[in-house]
Design a protein around this ligand. Sequence first.
Ligand code: BG6
Length: 505
Amino acid sequence: MNDITAKPTTLVIFGATGDLSRRKLLPALLRLEVLGLLPECFNIIGFSTRAFDSNNGDEGFKDYALSALREHYTYDFDESAAKKLLSKTRFIRSTFEDSDGYTEILKRLDDIDQECGVACDRVFYLATPPTFFPVIIDMLSHSQLADRRGRGDGVLPRIIIEKPFGQSSESSAKLNDLVLNHFDEEEVYRIDHYLGKETVQNILFFRFGNSIYEPLWNQKYIDHIQITVAESDGIGTRGKYYEEAGALRDMVQNHIMQLLALVAMEPPTTMTSENIRSKKVDLIESIRPVEIDNIDNFIVRGRYDKGIINGETTVAYRDEANVSSDSTTETFVALKVFIDNWRWSDVPFYIRTGKRLKARKTEIAVTFKAPPHCLFGSEEKACPKDNVLVLKIQPDEGIDFDFNIKYPGTTQRVDNVTMDFSYKEAYDVTLPEAYERLLLDCITGDSTLFPHKRAIETSWKLIDEVLKGWQSSSAEDVADYLPGSAGPKEADLLIERDGRKWRDI
Ligand code: BG6
């Protein structure tokens, strides 16, 4: 975990009664409380439009938060830690447009500073639908909540913004301009929860903590890299959001782009936020934009059909609630991507993500080039198979390495075996939830795990090009696939045309 000690802090959660807050933020805060990682003087102000049936105000919210914690806290429930956390919790009922609500925040923040006897750091978490981001940012500024003046050296406000950060490069730039009008870049924390995952953070430790792999980590020795983010669930109740997003915006622009950056970036000079984030930006800026006229050779879209999973009938994407019956939104996307720099020239990165696939699995598989000559005979069984290094992000967190040995016996037979490391087997600890780490980092003021403005805008530019290419296409260009499969067969062709194969999901 983060080694920096947190200073007295007040966290204001906009959208405090929403799904994200109930399922992720409040449980993560309780975990930090249990682990003793929150500062002694730590307070929460919940802000939302919700009215409670009884016990309006602070007490109503505390009951609400307690029930959320009971329902969603995934560790053994610690009643006394929960009570301690909630004793430091307040609530303001207001719309996001009402200036009185913000005046009330300011008043409560000042009261808390008085109680704590210091100027506490103020962290504003925008856990609302994105349509409210602009008004909240504006109101924060107009009500002096973003002010640093008179609050003492180093007491900076911080703002945490949930995804989606824009819908295009234009809207993300607009949102960046707006927020950076009132906050400095170092005060802005754009959430990408994949960066809070332990195994994602491990990518840099693995790459730069072992001298045996890094010299091979380039076009000379690597044949190709596959990034898979497969989900077995459908879109659930998020039809309205998903229709506007699709797999490309929902997963590729953010989570997958960050995975790609971590696996392919140059080593940072030091592990500071500035250095790491700037190397990631360099990498994203080196991704080759798609050729619009040739888009089908690089990208395949799919949409899940109806089917049967584990004996249960599942509906087609187009029959999901709030989804149009002639929707062209993709629930699966496979891409071939190139990075135009010295290290990765001509190395294809095959990327795929989708809903309702065979299993939930996120991994990055690095396939090394075959030995230059097959020494042990000309038959298939005598030829070494690929050396593949697999960074297993979830659900079986760990690392596998496939290598070749002699099969025991009198024949010249090569066998491919796996050396595997599993977090679960190696350590008697539960890997922290992404939001635990991310919230702690916001509280301590460490922005390493939060994408920089330029990373977001550049990745949106790449996505814009693809969307432009898709604009003139028809619904038939989105291939149906069966739930429980590995996606449409067109995705197989994308990689098989190059003489390679997707790994099993
Ligand atoms: C979210 C997407 O950002 O990430 C969801 O909006 C997706 O559609 C989710 O299901 C996946 O996250 P995880 O942590 O379950 O892999």
